[in-house]
Design a protein around this ligand. Sequence first.
Ligand SMILES: [Zn+2]
Length: 69
Amino acid sequence: MKKRWTIEEIKQFVETQSDSKLLSTEYHGFSQKLELQCECGNTFEKTFTKFKNKNQRKCDVCQPAKESR
Ligand SMILES: [Zn+2]
């Protein structure tokens, strides 16, 4: 069974798994961009898929996009 995330679960995930905060109050699906606030104060948008699976859990300033590692 595929897990369906609710906004509450996402909020909890964001707060426990990162230093960012979730600003969005609604979740409509994996392709939706969530509004997040980084620990530095910047707000940024990221899909939950990227946030969760690709470890993109900070703003572009704190965590610049990398092609390789
Ligand atoms: Zn930041």
